[in-house]
Design a binder for this molecule. Structure first.
Ligand code: ADP
Ligand code: MG
Length: 688
């Protein structure tokens, strides 16, 4: 195993003892080799010297000057305060601990180089705990090259890491195995591995500063590509492993699926039919389906899921549908009941909130096969729940269901077919990386008669106008949603905000029925609130942002979103998708609290300009980067060290071919790359 040789022990490095080795382990660094792949995520430009007279607060800068005064101030909490001057102005250096070596080095008359973040102090600008160098009377020169900044963990410092990495580079230069094919490197003009590592860890004085800061040097590009390729390969492995697995062939009989299609009050759209054909063909095979259906909010993904479920049942297997929140799961439960029960099928329900006894009864029904169709939340996949003969798993809103969970679906013996649905369009770049193990179907057509939702942004100073719109809508026999502002993480605060809003709106509209739904209600309360709204008993439904996905009340034509400036684009688009479901013109009011920041402005503008989820996702990607867009925290991509799918997306299209070449010419190198960047377990198809 070539990778073993450079994996020498960390404690061989000077200044690195067992305690530090333990800390490094928290960052996944266990050998000198892995230390070398702990890469800087940015660079500081310490090469420039800024005149003190032109410093500005918040600026990260380096200055050269001469010490004019140095004193210990404050009795209870003494501080060491130094004043330096460079002819253009003064700067204060403030240290909260009085250290002898500082007093020795920073004596009046000494020349100093100081680097830190400038802030406004009590007397002019200052730096708190700057990094300093001082020698004789002339200030030392600044470093001649950019300074790498590394991800840290508690108890580590940049200085220590830099020193260890420098040592590791020197010791291991000649034994860094190259895994990228020569031809690929030549094609892109990429340096060999040792040179690339050297260039990113210790950029030399001649390095192209602009390019380095933008992660555009050939050395960086090469490493970024390696990392992307490793992730791509790891996911292909996951996919391959699942393809080698066996699944029950759900060939179906058509008895139930045809029944549903006849009973539905509408015809499938062309796009739904295409998606269904693809799913149906997959199900009939004896390899586990791994399919991702992307379709904008309201495009009708649920019907396709229902048909797949029926095909599984027809074939004598169980099917499970999982949604990320209880409200959404309940909504699916209700929809499936409406469609399936007339055909004599019972829809079972399993969620964390079920009382223990009922949960156990459901688990029993699932285990003995009495339950054929089960809807629920993550509770469906807890250890205690064992299916008798699970043929199909449908997951709604995939972006909260990552690779780890996808892997966890492996059953002993035969794997179930897997259908994932998402309204968050996956950009091609991500499709090739985070979702390289899935096949895709797209529902790119909305059911007929839908009208785009008119969207406006209104300052909350003009609340009156919004209230008038609500009265108009209700007078016209329609209903409205009022989405409460997103409150920090706390569910309790969220609950208070929702309750307060509900009271305020009920007081503002004494003539209307104002309902309330939030995540803290019991399932019965939620169901009651939804039913009252569906049946028209309540006119205005106050909701926390949990109604984000799935809720379906066609008579609701107005959506008011309070503090819209706090929400992300994807969430706004999802929320807006709750209206415009009937054939009547709908509207969405984004109520914001001025002044709007730059990004909030762009989000609201994008919402006003388009109803197209793909366009929205594009803007979202530009504003936030892909990690956040898809919550890649859960996809295994979070651990990317140097690559950034937003910044580096231009490299992605080259991945599949590079992967093909590597897999056919040098499969060992492919495994070594996965091991290097993703981890040991990933080599065996277990990403994580
Ligand atoms: P999403 O893709 O957002 O999950 P849903 O499956 O909830 O969308 O469908 C949205 C609404 O459109 C539902 O009321 C559903 O019954 C309806 N619908 C789905 N397909 C069609 C169709 N082909 N024609 C008319 N209405 C449809
Ligand atoms: Mg849906």
């Amino acid at each position: 195993m070539t990778e073993q040789r450079p994996g020498r022990s960390l404690t061989e490095l000077s200044g690195l003892g067992p305690r530090m080795a333990e800390r490094l382990e928290r960052l996944g660094i266990t050998t000198q080799h892995s230390l070398l792949f702990h890469l800087p995520y940015r660079y500081q430009d310490r090469t420039r010297v800024v005149a003190m007279g032109s410093l500005a607060p918040e600026q990260e800068a380096g200055c050269q000057g001469v010490v004019r005064a140095a004193e210990v101030v404050g009795r209870r909490r003494p501080m060491f305060v130094v004043r330096i001057e460079d002819g253009s102005g003064f700067l204060t250096l403030r240290f909260f601990q009085v250290r002898d070596y500082l007093k020795r080095t920073l004596q009046p008359g000494r020349g100093v180089w100081a680097f830190g973040t400038v802030r406004r102090g009590s007397v002019g600008l200052e730096m708190v705990h700057p990094e300093i160098e001082a020698s004789g009377e002339a200030p030392p020169d600044p470093p001649s090259h950019l300074t790498p900044v590394y991800p840290l963990t508690e108890g580590l410092t940049q200085g220590r890491l830099r020193s260890w990495i420098a040592q590791a580079l020197t010791r291991n230069r000649s034994r860094l195995p190259e895994h990228l094919p020569e031809t690929l490197r030549a094609e892109h003009g990429w340096p060999a591995l040792p040179d690339a590592l050297e260039a990113v860890h210790r950029p030399d004085a001649e390095a192209d500063v602009e390019a380095l800061l933008a992660f555009r040097t050939p050395a960086q590009e090469r490493l970024v590509f390696e990392e992307l390729l490793a992730h791509h390969l790891a996911l292909r492995k996951v996919g391959q492993q699942r393809r080698q697995a066996r699944a029950p062939a759900l060939t179906g009989t058509g008895s139930l699926t045809e029944g549903l299609r006849e009973a539905l009050p509408f015809e499938l759209t062309g796009a739904q039919r295409r998606a269904w054909d693809e799913v149906r063909a997959d199900l009939a095979g004896d390899r586990p389906m791994q399919r991702l259906i992307q379709g904008d909010v309201g495009s009708g993904k649920t019907v396709v899921a229902a048909l797949a479920i029926l095909q599984a049942v027809e074939s004598g297997y169980q099917a499970a549908l999982m949604a990320p929140t209880e409200i959404l799961a309940e909504q699916h439960g209700a929809t499936l009941k409406e469609w399936l029960e007339p055909m004599g099928l019972t829809v079972h329900w399993l969620a964390g909130s079920l009382p223990e006894r009922e949960r156990r009864a459901e688990a029993d029904a699932i285990a003995n096969g009495a339950a054929r169709v089960v809807v629920g939340t993550h509770a469906l996949f807890q250890k205690e729940v064992r299916f008798a003969e699970l043929g199909l798993v449908v997951i709604d809103e995939q972006h909260r269901f990552g690779v780890h969970q996808r892997m966890a679906l492996k059953e002993k013996g035969r794997d179930p077919h897997l259908l994932i649905m998402t309204a968050t369009p996956i950009p091609r770049t991500l499709a090739m990386t985070a979702f390289a193990d899935l096949e895709g179907s797209v529902i790119d057509e909305l059911p007929p008669g839908r009208q785009p939702v008119d969207t406006v942004g209104i300052s909350d100073a003009r609340r009156d106008e919004v209230e008038a719109r609500i009265r108009d809508a209700v007078a016209g026999g329609q209903q409205a949603y009022w989405v409460c502002p997103l409150v920090d993480e706390s569910e309790m605060l969220q609950l208070e905000a929702a309750t307060a809003t509900h009271e305020r709106l009920q007081a503002a509209f004494p003539e209307l029925e104002v309902g309330l739904i939030h995540g803290r209600m019991s399932p019965e309360e939620k169901e009651a609130a939804m039913t009252a709204f569906k049946d028209g008993g309540t006119h205005l439904l106050v909701a926390t942002p949990v109604i984000e996905v799935g809720v379906d009340v066609p008579n609701a034509t107005l959506m008011v979103i309070e503090h819209a400036e706090r929400m992300g684009l994807a969430q706004l688009h999802q929320l807006r998708g709750r209206v415009g479901r009937g054939s009547r013109k709908s509207a969405c009011v984004l109520l914001y609290h001025p002044p709007l920041g730059d990004k909030a402005k762009r989000r609201i503008a994008a919402m006003r300009e388009t109803n197209d989820g793909f366009r929205i996702a594009q803007v979202d990607l530009e504003l936030r980067g892909p990690g956040e867009v898809l919550g890649t925290r859960q996809t295994g991509l979070e651990q990317m060290r140097i690559a950034d799918l937003g910044r580096d997306r231009a490299l992605v299209p080259a991945l599949p071919r590079a992967a093909d070449t590597l897999l056919s010419d040098d499969p060992d190198a492919a495994d070594a790359l996965i091991r290097r960047w993703v981890g040991e377990r990933a080599v065996y198809g277990e990403v994580g």
